[in-house]
Ligand binder design. Structure first.
Ligand code: ATP
Length: 247
């Protein structure tokens, strides 16, 4: 079923349909649908828009990625279903690698995601994660990473994260950028920078800003990063939710 464009919740229904198609194609886990439900509830509260604080966090994140030595974009089943082409485009502008990393990891699903990304234009060498050869200090499948990818990264973008891995990455001294609609999650609090926005808006915003900011001197990029305060940004996001519904 395809939602009619006239439907007041057209965008939201379209996202659901893409995720259901992702489950049918073996890309997205069923648990991913439930995680999406939590995100969707927060998106409703945010007014399904990119707030000012989210845009500030997006700018700081792009500066951090452009200044990074070894940036990696971590991809799971929801991200692959929602923004496959955009993730590839961003990896090329930033000069980052893409690594598939799943909480509910099966080799079949990793292969399906890799094939899906290749069908959106990625070359085989651009996608890591099919043969993990290093590990993070975690007791679940997200510990399995690539030595030359997430394990070596100085900056990792983790859209739709679980708090444990975010904490493990920060504990290893990495800078972590999370995209999470829930400003109250452990991930949001633990990440170096949290973008409280929907991945379907945040990644295209990042691409646009990366094009604008590419070529800025490194000290300028670092200055943008240093001036960002994640704790303040999360408080601003909560304030934006409250003001959305109190006028
Ligand atoms: P934590 O461990 O950080 O407290 P959690 O247990 O809520 O997080 P998950 O169950 O893995 O984590 O949920 C994934 C997170 O992804 C949720 O916080 C949800 O708000 C967020 N999320 C889901 N869909 C999207 C989306 N499309 N864009 C951005 N964030 C999303």
């Amino acid at each position: 079923m395809t939602a009619p464009m006239s439907h007041p919740r057209y965008q939201s229904l379209q996202i659901r349909e893409r995720l259901v198609a992702g489950v049918e194609a073996g890309i997205t886990s069923q648990e991913g649908l439930i995680a999406h439900g939590r995100g969707e509830a927060f998106d409703y509260l945010l007014g399904e828009r990119t707030t000012d604080s989210a845009m500030n966090a997006t700018r700081a994140s792009v500066a951090m990625l452009l200044a990074a030595e070894c940036p990696v974009l971590s991809v799971n089943g929801n991200v692959a279903a929602l923004v496959p082409g955009e993730i590839i485009e961003m990896s090329r502008i930033i000069g980052a690698q893409i690594e598939i990393n799943l909480f509910y990891r099966t080799e079949k699903r990793v292969r399906a995601i890799a094939a899906h990304l290749r069908s959106h234009g990625a070359s085989a060498s651009e996608i890591l994660g099919e043969q993990p050869d290093a590990s993070l200090p975690l007791d679940h499948a997200r510990s399995r990473v690539c030595k030359d990818g997430i394990h070596a990264a100085d900056v990792v973008l983790v859209p739709l994260e679980d708090g444990d891995r975010c904490q493990a990455l920060v504990g290893m001294g990495k800078s972590v950028i999370a995209i999470d609609l829930n400003p109250l999650s452990r991930t949001a609090e633990t990440a170096t920078i949290t973008i409280v926005d929907n991945v379907v808006r945040a990644i295209p915003n990042m691409i646009r800003l990366a094009r604008q900011m590419d070529g800025l001197p490194e000290d300028r990029l670092i200055d943008i990063v240093m001036r960002h305060d994640n704790r303040k940004a999360l408080k601003d996001a909560i304030r934006e939710i409250v003001s959305q519904w109190s006028t």
